[in-house]
Design a protein around this ligand. Structure first.
Ligand code: TXA
Ligand code: MG
Length: 344
């Protein structure tokens, strides 16, 4: 199959993408977080193609993307007041809400769960495509399963050229990490995945929020993940990733000491000079955590190279968007973290 390349700037793109979706095809769509691999979320056959293209386990549910916040009522029931408050404040935006699913949502989309994840993305082109398609769009991150997410159309083509119907090029994704997932079927609501909307922002609106264990720790093999995707290996380049946390100079001493040929260093721009002998790649500025979230997956994908054996990674501390960056890096590292020196 030839994968159509549809630039967001082309006036025919939205119609063309919507038509493919209505006909049961796969279209990669830009969002403010990462690119999604979209299909008609109400059509089990179309949804099945997503799982095949990604190599994704069938029990890992998909997020339904809607053009307009009020459409959550079409696909979910028993919607609590908290969901309306969050939708009002953060949609369109990088927030996914888990709600009880109406029967119209097929089991293939929900991975067999009784709940559905719903999100209204903050991307005008993609919302127009969904509106024209007239159906909600089920879309996981467009990367091949286990691999770092795709934040450009070129990343999508690298993983899927010739295997999906089209990619809509909307440029580099602004946030760079996936949406925040909040389960609203529980009281207090539970954070299942940190992302573009910070836990602090949600707490400010709801006054309550619990953080699921899988956000900060590796689950035991027999534990059931609240977000099924959290139990799978994620975001991993081929090399072993090791996070070296702690004081800047002491981390640099440690890495420079243990660095071997075939290793790489993923660090902050402010640290480049400290790693001049260690093939450093900076993914953003420590002083600007949003640049780290925007650059994270570019770096992890660039370092996804069989010639690289080990990646020493520097990880930001603290809350806000840095919290989401920590979560993705810890998962990429399989929670392999070495703490050096004293507190920062
Ligand atoms: O930013 C995003 O959320 C991107 C863009 C494309 O919108 N999408 C995305 O989808 O990250 P995906 O499939 O890569 O990650 C969705 C996560 C998975 O861990 C999945 O298990 C979880 O959400 N999830 C989906 N539906 C769920 C549900 N009903 N209950 C619990 N977890 C759910
Ligand atoms: Mg994903």
């Amino acid at each position: 199959m030839k994968t159509l390349y549809l630039p967001a700037s082309d006036p025919n793109t939205c119609d063309a993408a919507a038509k493919i979706l209505r006909e049961g095809g796969l279209v990669a769509i830009p969002t403010e977080t990462v690119y999604g691999l979209g299909a008609n979320g109400l059509d089990p056959e179309a949804v099945a193609k997503i799982f095949v293209a990604k190599g994704r386990p069938n029990d890992n549910p998909l997020i339904l993307h809607v053009a307009d916040p009020i459409q959550m009522e079409d696909f979910a029931y028993d919607i609590p007041a908290a969901a309306y408050l969050l939708a009002e404040k953060f949609w369109p935006g990088p927030l996914t809400m888990i709600l009880p699913a109406k029967p119209i949502v097929p089991k293939s989309t929900t991975g067999g769960l009784k709940t559905v994840g719903i999100r209204c993305p903050d991307n005008d082109t993609t919302r127009e495509i969904i509106r024209l398609a007239g159906v909600p769009v089920a879309a996981p991150s467009a990367n091949l399963s286990k691999k770092p997410s795709t934040v450009t159309a070129q990343h999508v083509l690298h993983d899927h050229d010739g295997k999906i119907d089209a990619v809509v090029d909307g440029g580099h994704c602004r946030v760079g990490v996936e949406s925040t997932i909040v389960d609203l079927t529980e009281r207090p609501p539970r954070l299942l995945r940190p992302g573009g909307i910070t836990p602090e922002q949600i707490f400010e609106v709801l006054g309550e929020l619990t953080v699921d264990k899988s956000v900060t720790q590796e689950l035991d093999p027999d534990e059931i993940a609240k977000a099924p995707g959290m139990k799978y290996i994620h975001y991993t380049p081929q090399a072993d990733v090791v996070i070296i946390s702690g004081d800047r100079e002491q981390a640099a001493d440690y890495i420079n000491h243990f660095f071997e040929p075939g290793d790489r260093v993923m660090c902050f721009e402010e640290e480049l000079e400290l790693y001049r002998n260690c093939a450093p790649l900076a993914y953003g500025r420590e002083a600007d955590p949003e640049s780290l979230s925007a650059g994270l997956f570019d770096a992890l994908r660039e370092l996804d190279d069989p010639a690289i054996k080990r990646i020493f990674a520097r990880c930001p501390e603290g809350g806000g968007i840095a919290y989401a960056v920590q979560n993705r890096l810890k998962k990429a590292a399989g929670f392999h973290i070495i703490r050096v020196g004293g507190a920062k």
